[in-house]
Design a binder for this molecule. Structure first.
Ligand SMILES: NC(=O)c1ccc[n+]([C@@H]2O[C@H](COP(=O)([O-])OP(=O)(O)OC[C@H]3O[C@@H](n4cnc5c(N)ncnc54)[C@H](O)[C@@H]3O)[C@@H](O)[C@H]2O)c1
Length: 310
């Protein structure tokens, strides 16, 4: 099988590429290295340094490579950034996605697997865990750009029969997640604690997210390749709410860190509490998460200690 993985030099994408290569498949990575790293890309994968907004490049790569599957993970991923730069966010996340969908249609790709965002496409739910049927009322430009991309996938399925699976990921953590940006609270806190610095919690620590270890997310991408799975949206999380303070305490326990966090004002525009109802993914993708938060944290800490971040 031949796969294109956009964002394959990034945190989640590079793990996916490794898994596909390990299974004996061929992979072409398209990534502009804006947040991804060249060294994360598996040596057996082909690599194009390019921007998904560049329609001609996408068309050229597609026409030469003609993949069976497209895994679309390249994105502007920073929710905070999307408030200040909604147009750039839309150019990358909506137009970039549309460029890929158009090529996928022309070259009869068997399926697009899309990295959507369970934490932002619903907005602020009034009950948790939130099922896929819950109304979509995003509260950030990033959430809106993910939702619009999903709508295009759905449109292309209806118009042209182009198959897709949209994975509405919870908050993913694990090795290779950058501690430098605004996302990835596990990596950010862990690095600070390992350096003996006090991490900052925005708000009072009661905000919750549905955190999931990266290996479990990769399982969901692999499960999505099954031809019998209906083109649809699927929540991918652990189905549990974990507060920022609980994340802090778990990391502190594993690292052996005893200081209290610095508390700061909550950041406007961020969802307060959310977890995802994963019953649809369990039933249709025959998938479920296997890694406990503590197990995931131990793997993450082991990785950070070995790498240059420490
Ligand atoms: N990490 C999470 O918790 C999470 C949650 C929900 C959804 N997602 C989605 O999963 C995907 C992967 O996220 P990640 O956490 O691995 O982030 P990441 O920043 O590590 O990966 C994104 C990759 O896309 C590349 N990229 C960005 N803009 C590009 C462009 N215009 N053209 C080509 N490449 C570009 C980056 O260089 C990077 O390698 C994203 O679509 C993100 O929105 C992530």
């Amino acid at each position: 099988m031949k796969h294109i993985v956009t964002g394959g030099a990034g945190f989640i994408g590079s793990h996916l590429v490794d898994r596909l290569i390990d299974a004996g498949d061929e992979v072409m990575v398209i990534d502009n290295l804006s947040t991804g790293k060249r060294e994360f890309v598996n040596a057996k994968a082909k690599f194009i340094e390019g921007d998904i907004v560049d329609k001609d490049m996408i068309e050229r790569v597609y026409s030469e490579y003609k993949p069976d599957y497209l895994h679309h993970l390249a994105a502007q991923i920073d929710v905070r950034y999307s408030f200040d730069h909604p147009i750039i966010d839309a150019q990358v996340n909506i137009i970039g996605t549309l460029n890929l969908i158009e090529s996928a249609r022309r070259y009869s790709t068997r399926r697009i697997i899309f990295a959507s965002s369970g934490g932002t496409v619903y907005g602020e739910p009034d009950r948790n865990p939130v099922p896929e049927s819950y109304p979509n009322i995003p509260v950030s430009p990033y959430g809106m750009s993910k939702l619009v991309s999903e709508k295009y996938l759905d449109l292309y399925k209806r118009l042209y029969g182009l198959n897709y699976v949209s994975l509405r990921l919870g908050n993913v953590f694990g090795p290779r997640q950058s501690p430098k940006g605004e996302c990835g609270v596990f990596s950010i806190f862990a690095l600070k604690m390992l350096k003996g610095e006090r991490p900052k919690i925005y708000g009072d620590g009661t905000a919750t997210r549905d955190y999931i270890f990266v290996d479990d997310v990769i399982d969901s991408f692999i499960a999505s390749l099954d031809e019998n799975i209906p083109s649809d949206y699927y929540n991918i999380g652990r189905g549990e709410e974990t507060s920022t303070k609980e994340v802090y305490d778990l990391l502190a326990k594993v690292v052996g860190y005893s200081e209290e966090p610095i508390y700061s004002d909550p950041r406007p525009g961020e969802v307060y509490q959310i977890s995802l109802d994963i019953s649809k993914a369990k039933e249709n993708l025959k998938w479920e998460p296997k890694t406990s938060l503590e197990e995931g944290v131990r793997k993450l800490i082991e990785y950070i200690k070995e790498k240059e971040f420490y």
